[in-house]
Design a protein around this ligand. Structure first.
Ligand code: WTA
Length: 642
């Protein structure tokens, strides 16, 4: 199969081979050019990068801009107000077409409304919403007044919501009465009520702004709760965007780390916007005048922030926003949407592709997908089989696939082929994009280039959309990312290797972070949820390989002496308990009740051995266990395997 670029594609591509050389020759000069070309600054910057307080970076120092102005107003001013910004498609089939001129009015009204609720520059706003246009309006309205948003994925529980609201000390929470999930309304505000009830005394939240979406009954806290239609609808539809410093915080987004406490990753304005706009243009090859772009991620994750809200809107692109699941009301729903809107650039996750493979190629085969010209993948390694299926059945056997490696922390795409430039290699993210530098290190921290040797991925130069820290915890930022291999290297937490051609292959996390359907979950967080159950004495969680979800959560628990093991019932109860504590995405696939856990003499749980059990393998070397008979006990005594 010839996977070299098609000359016709190359001729129109936004990315060029020269960009690699330009960035190589002058790293800062390259980024300064991207910043001036892709972003409108109200005050130009004086210095491209200030790395004097490394690892705390400042990009485009002295520059001022308003991110929402860049994503909305400037397109209207340039005469593109009538261009569609968002084709909204609700799960039930309700639709809404929002032009850039509409978006400008809606964002202005929302900004006026949240300002009227007392939200000022620097205040934090928590956003707990489904995939509806009001979510985008809210994020942009926050950006407009300089109030960092903290979007919390709608699948998180009240408990998870509470810790995130408290950590950021949010002043306002924006939510909806409910959301549509598989054809049925499900409550959403109820979780906000529960979250705020628990934190009542020391709570920072003064108002909850509620969009009516499902029209289900909600509890109402007078004085605190306000309806969107009461406070937004009558606001003036103009709002003066104030310029913000390039380093003004744009958002906080919580992600799982190796400890139980989620990390509030925060991003700032100028550098972030530059890199998301650049990558959406060069990696997704979006041409705003002609393409229809669709990213199927949820806005609750970084992919939704960078590649639904900020990247495509900064570029003035037209995109689809879809509320629902891929199989409601039928398994061809996504392909129907591509056909309907003539989607030309499509960005999704390997777990979705593997699910579609299982459902069968005849389903997309019933739809006209001829508009598709670029495909993207993100969230976890895409296995070559899924890559080939994706290209053949969704990409008309011609669309280049960009396998994009990046993280919540990196803010934007870092390693990926450039369509029209790179000869593709199914299964590999290939190489750092122009302006980004990566290496693979061995255990001693030495870079190597030999093929097929496994090491650790590190980034070697600061980049504009890098995280600026962990909210409220600068030490943890240094320790987590800049200490494993010394302060010169950003440690990504991923294993990687090169192939014979020099392509980089990502091999999954090397720390205690799991990747389930592209969602990051920490083993420690799930373990602490399990031990918070009155029946559980100890718990160990591992991510076991799973054909569809990449990894699946497998938990091993020791019950307390006084707890009764009711077999299946206990297992179900524990699974549900995790869903309640963290959210349904964290629900273990398996819970195994065991008499002991394998521990080293220093008391560290040997997850490697538990992984062998969870993946049905012969158990590996047990010689470092304090008690080497434990593994036999575990295998014999497993009572709760589901
Ligand atoms: C994994 C999602 C292989 C990786 C944007 C990373 C990938 C983590 C890829 C970040 C890819 C993401 N190939 N692995 N193309 N993309 N990952 O923060 O382990 O939710 O560290 O950001 O996902 O997940 P996060």
């Amino acid at each position: 199969m010839d996977l070299s670029p098609d000359p016709e594609f190359t001729a129109q591509a936004n990315g060029t081979a020269e960009m690699y050389d330009e960035a190589e020759a002058d790293h800062e000069g390259f980024w300064a050019e991207q910043a001036r070309q892709r972003v409108s600054w109200s005050t130009d910057f004086e210095q491209t990068l200030d790395w004097s307080e490394a690892p705390f970076a400042k990009w485009f120092v002295g520059g001022e801009l308003n991110v929402a102005y860049n994503c909305v107003d400037r397109h209207v001013e340039a005469g593109n107000g009538e261009r569609v910004a968002i084709h909204f498609e609700g799960e039930g089939g309700d639709t809404r077409t929002i032009t850039y001129a509409d978006l400008q009015r809606e964002v202005a009204k929302t900004a006026n409304a949240i300002a009227s609720l007392g939200v000022e520059k620097g205040d934090r706003v928590a956003v707990y919403m489904p995939m509806i246009p009001e979510t985008v309006f809210t994020m942009l309205a926050c950006a407009r007044i300089g109030a960092p948003h903290s979007v919390i994925f709608g699948g998180f529980s009240a408990e998870a919501l509470r810790t995130r609201i408290d950590d950021a000390k949010a002043k306002l929470v924006v939510t909806t009465d409910g959301q549509f999930r598989r054809g049925k309304p499900a409550p959403l505000k109820a979780a906000v009520d529960a979250a705020l009830e628990v934190g009542k005394d020391e709570g920072s939240v003064t108002n909850v702004l509620v969009v009516r979406r499902t029209e289900q009954d909600v509890e109402w806290s007078e004085g605190r709760d306000v309806w969107w239609h009461d406070v937004v609808d009558d606001q003036p539809d103009t709002h003066e965007a104030q310029p913000m410093d390039s380093e003004h915080p744009l958002f906080i987004l919580y992600t799982s780390g190796t400890t139980g406490k989620p990390k509030g990753i925060f991003h700032t304005s100028g550098g972030y916007l530059t890199q998301v706009a650049y990558t959406n243009a060069v990696v997704h090859d979006v041409h705003p005048e002609t393409d229809v772009y669709w990213c199927s991620a949820d806005v609750g994750w970084v992919t939704g922030h960078s590649y639904i809200v900020y990247g495509p809107l900064a570029n003035g692109a037209t995109q689809v926003l879809y509320e629902g699941t891929p199989d409601t009301p039928h398994q061809g729903r996504w392909w129907e949407i591509i056909e309907k809107y003539k989607v030309s650039v499509f960005y999704t996750a390997p777990t979705a592709i593997r699910t579609f493979m299982k459902w069968g190629a005849d389903i997309p085969g019933k739809f006209d997908l001829s508009s598709v010209r670029v495909l993207g993948s993100v969230g976890e390694p895409i296995n070559p089989e899924a890559w080939l299926w994706y290209r053949k059945h969704i990409g008309n056997d011609t669309a280049p696939i960009v396998d994009t490696w990046w993280q919540t922390e990196t803010g934007a795409i870092m390693i990926s082929p450039i369509p029209g430039v790179t000869t593709l290699e199914p299964g590999s993210a290939q190489k750092p994009i122009p302006g980004i530098s990566a290496e693979i290190l061995d255990d001693d921290g030495n870079p190597f280039t030999e093929a097929e040797k496994v090491g650790y991925l590190v980034l070697t130069k600061p980049w504009p959309s890098m995280l600026r820290g962990i909210w409220g915890d600068p030490e943890r930022y240094k320790e987590t990312y800049w200490s494993r291999f010394g302060e010169k290297y950003y440690f990504a937490g991923d294993g990687a290797k090169y192939d014979e051609k020099g392509n980089i292959w990502l091999l999954g996390r090397v720390d205690d972070v799991m990747n389930v359907s592209g969602h990051r979950l920490s083993t420690a967080e799930i373990e602490s949820a399990l031990v918070s159950h009155p029946s559980v004495a100890e718990a160990a969680v591992v991510g076991a390989t799973d054909e569809t979800t990449g990894q699946a959560v497998c938990a091993f628990v020791i019950l307390r002496g006084d707890a009764v093991d009711n077999g299946d019932e206990t297992v179900q109860e524990l699974r549900n308990h995790v869903a309640k504590e963290i959210g349904p995405i964290a629900k273990p696939r398996q819970v195994m009740v065991v008499p002991e856990l394998p521990k080293t003499r220093s008391g560290k749980i040997m997850r490697r051995l538990l992984k062998d059990v969870a993946e049905n393998r012969e158990v590996g070397d047990v010689t470092t266990l304090a008690d080497s008979s434990v593994m036999n006990l575990i295998k014999e005594g497993m009572s709760g395997d589901t």
